[in-house]
Design a protein around this ligand. Structure first.
Ligand code: 0PR
Length: 372
């Protein structure tokens, strides 16, 4: 194709996509990455940490950010690596738990992300859904009833996909005892530390809880960095021996993780955004998102919708029997929201690009449907 034609075709596809800055996507857990993240992601586009020895510079950036995020999650020592996202984080954690325990059962809350189904399918493990309490957190008594000698891992969620709810991780850890405990903080990991700073959250949910063995957190969600940017943290470095394989023809003797070639531009992108925003930068973003979430709740209540739970983070769902109908009709008007199955609800994620003006326009359009 002539270059002009190629570029025209790319532009056309780009224009057909929805873009966060247009403000009409209210159901995404990703955000427009910071400019500095995009710039340095592009600069490091050829880097491949799968063959670490060729990229000592990028490897150093990875180590530094893993160190910073470990500190944020109160992990001292341990081990961490960039992964493709929450899915790869969850699958890798379950892979380790299976190999360490040589057992097959995973106990996870009903609210767990669907990537847990992929994990158990791929690893030929068995996923047992643990029911939720009336606040939609994992029911610890129900977990206790399911604990037996076949359990390879318990997993808990810190910031559930549908409601932004946080499981009672300390209590879960007490019930799990010595069994491997994984925390999925894909979304909440870059929200909860700053909610704590703001006095909006208290209670341990990360490596401060002694029994937590692994935790995944995504920088391409509330970390404001480029896709794909997940991080998996392990309490003990030795855990990776259970999944590492010999890689004789590479610059390192053993290869660790699901991916071979690893998309490492995202590491530079993450470095750029984490270091330039710092704790204060993220705290300010979370503060604004929470204020806008509360503004959305107020506006929704004004037009007759009630939240399923008082939002803990910037994910909020509103009860309605007509969730799917509302989603479709709002979609026709260009608004992208998502739905929750249980309880039936419409769901919004108040990402940094969701402004009060957008919320006003959205609630006005929703009110016009007359479905409250
Ligand atoms: N764990 C939790 C708690 C999640 O919410 C998600 C994704 C994952 C794991 C999996 O993460 P990756 O998708 O990075 O592998 N949650 C959203 C979802 O699947 C992600 C999302 C992102 C949805 C952008 C919509 C969107 O526009 O629903």
């Amino acid at each position: 194709m002539p270059l002009e034609e190629v570029e025209r075709r790319l532009r056309e596809a780009y224009d057909r996509d929805f873009h966060f800055e247009e403000g009409r996507v209210l159901g995404s857990m990703c955000s427009k990455p910071e400019d500095i993240a995009v710039k340095y992601h592009a600069l490091f586009s050829e880097a491949n940490l799968g063959n670490r020895g060729l990229y000592p510079g990028t490897a150093e950036l990875e180590e530094e950010i893993i160190g910073d995020i470990s500190e944020l999650m109160h992990l001292k020592g341990g081990w961490g690596q960039f992964v493709g996202g929450g899915t790869e984080g969850n699958i890798t954690a379950m892979w380790i738990a299976r190999n360490l325990s040589e057992k097959k059962k995973i106990l996870a809350p009903e609210s767990a992300h669907f990537s847990m189904k992929k994990a158990t399918d791929l690893l030929a493990m068995e996923l047992v859904d643990i029911p939720l309490d009336n606040e939609y957190r994992m029911d610890v008594d129900a977990l206790e009833r399911e604990m037996d000698g076949d359990v390879a891992a318990v997993m808990a969620v810190a910031g559930s996909t549908e409601l932004g709810q946080v499981d009672p991780i300390k209590e879960i850890s007490e019930v799990a005892g010595d069994v491997f405990l994984h925390v999925d903080a894909a979304f909440g990991g870059m929200v909860l530390p700053f909610l704590e700073d703001l006095g909006r959250w208290s209670g341990d949910w990360d490596f401060r809880v002694n029994g937590v063995d692994s935790l995944s957190v995504d920088l391409h969600k509330m970390g404001m960095s480029t896709v794909p940017s997940g991080i998996l943290l392990l309490k003990e470095r030795g855990y990776v021996d259970s999944i590492s394989v010999e890689s004789p023809y590479l610059t390192t003797k053993r290869n660790i993780g699901l991916a071979g070639t690893r998309p490492s531009g995202a590491v530079a992108g993450a470095y750029a955004v984490v270091k330039s925003m710092g704790r204060k930068g993220y705290r300010d973003v979370v503060k604004r998102c929470m204020e806008n979430t509360e503004y959305l709740v107020g506006k929704m209540q004004d037009i007759g919708f009630e939240p399923v739970i008082k939002p803990i983070m910037n994910v909020v769902a509103f009860k309605t029997d007509r969730a799917e109908k509302i989603r479709k009709e709002m979609d026709k008007m260009g608004w992208k929201i998502s739905t929750v199955r249980r309880p039936k609800a419409i769901r919004m994620v108040v990402m940094p690009y969701v402004t009060r003006k957008v919320i006003d326009e959205f609630t006005e359009a929703l009110d016009g449907l007359g479905y409250a």
